[in-house]
Design a protein around this ligand. Structure first.
Ligand SMILES: [Ca+2]
Ligand SMILES: [Ca+2]
Length: 267
């Protein structure tokens, strides 16, 4: 190879290396630490009787009882806080494992779920909480999560009231994803504040126990300090469960490939 060719060859190689590096960091940039400010003030949490009737009709549900834990709709006033724009990703969690020596959750071995920009899954509640504390944040309360998802006006979904199945990664691959999707692939599903994937992709751990709302008339054997509330539905659930008022529940020690999380911090 003569000198001129060699220079050219090295130039191409240099370009390729820069290109690959920017690709890798591009992935990290999507997820690492981007947060959204949720302003202080009141919002409507939970579901009215009318909301419940709507869901029953829309999803041809067999029982009104499925929805009773969302009632009554009530106003909650929160101070301002920051919330992660995206669910915590595999790339985020890899940095944490490197820094702390913590072991990987088992889905790190699953090729369908382990792209760096896909949400980390299969972590029990305490491990999700530990990650947030390491990142100098914490898990959201149920109220914080719901306000960040649906804004102040009591809408069914982050984007409004239309039950549009293409606005979120839910069950089935009609939305192009059979499993979890990389963060931010559903721009139409964005919340009023700009938070991504609050409907679908993965359910998200919250700080709170599954307790009745004040004024709730529903007899429910699952209330108490047994289950943690999870929010938003997942790639494994239907559009009904992706409503922002839905109160999912999971035992804190459950490790599921449809449960992930995001963190919040004080303003
Ligand atoms: Ca899907
Ligand atoms: Ca989600």
């Amino acid at each position: 190879m003569d000198f001129e060719k060699k220079i050219k060859y090295m130039g191409v190689r240099f370009f390729l290396i820069v290109f690959l590096f920017s690709g890798v960091f591009g992935v990290l940039k999507v997820s690492a630490g981007e947060t959204i400010l949720i302003p202080e003030g009141p919002f409507i949490m939970g579901s009215t009787e009318k909301d419940v009737q709507w869901a029953v009709r829309q999803f041809r549900s067999e029982s009104l009882d499925w929805y009773r834990d969302e009632t009554p709709a009530h106003t909650v006033t929160l101070p301002a806080f920051h919330i992660d724009k995206y669910e915590v990703t595999m790339a985020d969690y890899s940095l944490y494992m490197e820094a702390t020596g913590k072991p990987p959750p088992r889905e790190f071995e699953n090729s369908r779920l382990n792209h760096p920009a896909q949400p980390v899954v299969s972590l029990p509640w305490q491990k999700a909480k530990d990650y947030c504390l390491w990142a100098k944040k914490r898990l959201p309360t149920e109220a914080e999560w719901e306000k960040a998802a649906r804004g102040t006006d009591g809408r069914h979904y982050p984007w409004g009231n239309e039950p549009d199945a293409l606005n979120a990664n839910i069950r089935g691959k009609g939305d192009n994803y059979r499993n979890t999707s990389p963060g931010g692939k559903f721009p139409e599903g964005v919340s009023p504040y700009g938070v991504m994937d609050m409907a679908g992709n993965v359910w998200e751990w919250t700080e709170d126990w599954y307790q009745p709302y004040s004024g709730n008339k529903h007899d429910n054997e699952f209330y108490g300090e047994k289950f943690k509330v999870i929010k938003g539905g997942s790639w494994y659930s239907n559009l009904d469960l992706a409503r922002s008022a839905v109160r999912g529940k999971a035992f804190p020690e459950q490790k599921k490939n449809y449960i992930g999380f995001r963190c919040v911090a004080a303003k």
